[in-house]
Design a protein around this ligand. Structure first.
Ligand code: SF4
Ligand code: SF4
Length: 92
């Protein structure tokens, strides 16, 4: 339980039923966490991943894509499907 106490800014003070429900929700959310990796040695800078991401997860920064908001990722996989050189990996 300890590791979830400050997750996404929610603080849990005691073991009341309400807090248990909150913890269950957070744990469920946490178990769905998504990892996005960009292999910059492959990336050609075509920007297609950023243009196809509808959730603001990827942003363009200093001529390359970055994972700016990983928590917003919907796991739609559009970025991986649209990357011509398979430089993006998205895992649950
Ligand atoms: S999987 Fe979908 S939401 Fe997540 S970064 Fe790729 S395009 Fe964006
Ligand atoms: S789609 Fe692939 S090659 Fe194009 S900018 Fe994104 S990661 Fe780089």
């Amino acid at each position: 339980m300890e590791k979830y106490q400050n997750f996404v800014g929610i603080k849990v003070r005691n073991n009341s039923l309400l807090n248990k429900q909150i913890i269950d929700k957070i744990q469920g959310f946490h178990s769905m966490s998504i990892t996005i990796e960009i292999d910059y040695s492959r990336c050609t800078g075509c920007k297609k991943c950023v243009e196809t991401c509808d959730y603001g997860t990827l942003e363009w920064f200093e001529e390359q894509p970055i994972v700016a908001n990983p928590i917003s990722c919907s796991y739609c996989l559009k970025c991986t499907l649209n990357c011509p050189v398979n430089a993006i990996t998205v895992k649950k």
